[in-house]
Design a protein around this ligand. Structure first.
Ligand code: B12
Length: 142
């Protein structure tokens, strides 16, 4: 299995300052061999896109805990397309929608419709995240 040399852009979107999960991901993804550019917390959508363009990234990983993930996700693929990032893979995780009583299949279907390659439910383990990224990104986007 070949880990892509092109970076993954990681950060916490919008006004969200829940930093713990993205810091944990930054560490475990680096330990797994990924090249991670971590933008920090409260990152506007266009800053993710700018960073991806500047670094020729192969994926953008968005962390969203406050419940507004869906709001930021709906136009994100369109913004990437307009910036020329046609093939970039998009992922979001954390607590991406508001509330506890959620039909997860509906959330996944919605994010797929938005053009996201993956969305992860609250409480997902880092092992599962790495498994998903290995399956999607390795041996590709070299
Ligand atoms: C700690 C915490 C805070 C701290 C954050 C400190 C900091 N600087 O990080 C403080 C006290 C500041 C805070 C504030 C708020 N919080 Co808060 N917070 C939490 C809490 C208790 C834990 C979050 C955490 O650190 N988890 C530990 C990490 C390791 O887990 P994680 O973030 O989920 O990340 C893992 C996975 O989800 C995944 N992952 C994360 N991101 C991504 C991205 C990708 C691409 C992928 C693939 C995977 C992935 O991998 C990570 C590692 O395993 C959660 C409840 C909970 N149990 O989750 C509420 C929670 C997230 N907070 C909540 C709320 C409402 C708020 C506030 C709006 C409260 C308020 N009214 O002020 C504010 C928002 C502030 C802001 N502007 O962002 C709600 C969100 C509600 C929702 N989404 O439906 C929660 C769920 C609590 C609740 N049950 O109501 N919070």
């Amino acid at each position: 299995m070949v880990i892509p040399s092109r970076p993954l852009i990681l950060g916490v979107i919008g006004t969200d300052i829940h930093m713990v999960g993205s810091r944990v991901l930054e560490r475990v993804l680096r330990e797994a061999g990924f090249n991670v550019v971590h933008l920090g917390g409260a990152v506007p959508s266009d800053e993710f896109i700018k960073a991806a363009m500047e670094t020729d990234a192969c994926a953008i990983l968005i962390s969203s805990l406050s419940g507004y993930g869906e709001f930021y996700a709906q136009d994100f693929r369109k913004m990437c397309d307009e910036a020329g990032l046609k093939d970039i893979k998009l992922y979001m995780g954390g607590h991406v929608v508001m509330g506890e009583e959620i039909e997860w299949e509906e959330v996944e279907a919605k994010f797929k419709m938005f053009g996201f390659n993956g969305v992860t439910r609250p409480g997902i383990s880092t092992d599962e995240v790495i498994k998903m990224l290995n399956a999607d990104l390795c041996d590709a986007n070299q």
